[in-house]
Design a binder for this molecule. Structure first.
Ligand SMILES: Nc1ncnc2c1ncn2[C@@H]1O[C@H](COP(=O)(O)OP(=O)(O)OP(=O)(O)O)[C@@H](O)[C@H]1O
Ligand SMILES: [Mg+2]
Length: 346
């Protein structure tokens, strides 16, 4: 796991520069809003890197700085070794930024949109035609290439956006919430396309607040909150760092009193049982944090055999990036939590 505090020196000329490197990046908006509060990150060429964080974490601001659309208040950033403040036009030639709105969607077909963007990037004619065919194929848009882009579904539009960002063969592709608002099938399809673009050699920097998206796509990610990186590393490594699984026990009860009594009994019976790292009451039982749950569940159940504990159901959940987020920020990332009705007892 990378330390969030490590400040590495920026690469020196002569070395193969990394795809992205920032040092002490800060953005303060008018009204003293510190949207980005000292971000140090290094993304190597060919990586699929993610910024995972809740609304307002500073993800879009960071990506707008790196794509030269916004000037940082302080700090430094280089893309492919090029300083983003000193040479923004050189940076722009080498990068793609997906999710730009398609300009002529009601007047032009998917193919025409791609050709237009290609000409803006001065891609030579014959090369442009074959590149456009290749991208339409890669994004699964060949069959609808001759249709007006305005008639495309949400998923097709995102794929066309992605194709437009790739016309000039950028070395680094920036994606800001690429699957926001898509239905699960379109999201899964777009994940496939993004993975293929990365496998073809493009470095990817993606922002998302979907844990599953970050988990599936990113080789490494940074959890960002309040404009700072809370922790970074490979998803598997971050999850392993949590060190325990959740064992959820559903208890058979007739009355609430019965539930409370059993919860207390469980706490008592498991006292001193070494693999147990924590115990939390839930609406219908308990959640127990257990090291190597698969191996110790039989012993755990044996210990609970007594004192009127009646286990009705048991599930084991491996840690998620949400647990990682909780560990490092003290809060949950899931926005689904906000939609959940409050559980009020009466
Ligand atoms: N132009 C602006 N002027 C002032 N404050 C801004 C501006 N843009 C963003 N902010 C503030 O900066 C903070 C970070 O915003 P940002 O859009 O970078 O977050 P984000 O991580 O992309 O969030 P989301 O998940 O909602 O897209 C927020 O508090 C936001 O309100
Ligand atoms: Mg954003």
């Amino acid at each position: 796991m990378d330390s969030p505090c490590t400040v590495r020196g920026m690469s020196t000329p002569g070395q193969q520069a990394p795809a992205i490197e920032t040092e002490g990046l800060v953005k303060v908006y008018p009204g003293e809003v510190r949207a980005v509060d000292g971000i140090d990150v290094r993304v190597e060429r060919g990586e699929f890197f993610g910024f995972l964080g809740p609304n307002g974490a500073g993800k879009t601001t960071t990506i707008r700085i790196l794509t030269t659309l916004l000037r940082p208040t302080a700090g430094h950033a280089r893309v492919l070794g090029i300083d983003i403040v000193a040479h923004p036009e050189r940076v722009r030639r080498r990068i793609g930024f997906a999710m730009q709105t398609v300009a002529l969607e009601n007047l032009a077909t998917g193919r025409e949109n791609l050709e237009l963007i290609g000409r803006l990037h001065r891609v030579p004619g014959p090369e442009l035609r074959s590149r456009v065919d290749e991208l339409l194929e890669l994004m699964g848009l060949t069959a609808v290439a001759g249709k007006l882009a305005g008639t495309y579904s949400g998923g097709m539009r995102r794929r066309l956006d992605l194709a437009t960002a790739l016309v000039h063969r950028p070395d680094v592709l920036f994606l800001d919430e690429p699957t926001e608002g898509l239905d699960p099938q379109s999201r899964a399809a777009l994940w496939g396309e993004l993975a293929r673009v990365n496998q073809a050699g493009t470095t990817m920097l993606l922002t998302t607040h979907y844990m599953e998206e970050a988990d599936r796509l990113c080789g490494r990610l940074a959890i960002i909150d309040g404009g700072r990186i809370a922790v970074s590393g490979a998803p598997t490594e971050l999850k392993r760092g949590i060190g325990s699984d959740d064992v959820n026990l559903r208890l058979a009860t007739g009355t609430n009193d019965g539930l409370a009594g059993q919860q207390e009994a469980i706490a008592r019976l498991l006292e001193g049982f070494e693999p147990v790292r924590g115990l939390e009451r839930t609406a219908d039982g308990v959640r127990i944090a257990v090291v190597h749950a698969d191996a110790v569940v039989p012993e755990l159940i044996r210990r609970l055999d007594g004192d009127g504990v009646r286990v009705h159901g048991l599930t084991i959940a491996q840690p998620t990036l949400d647990d990682v987020f909780l560990r490092y920020t003290g809060r949950r990332i899931r926005d689904e939590q906000a939609d959940r009705p409050l559980e009020l007892g009466w």
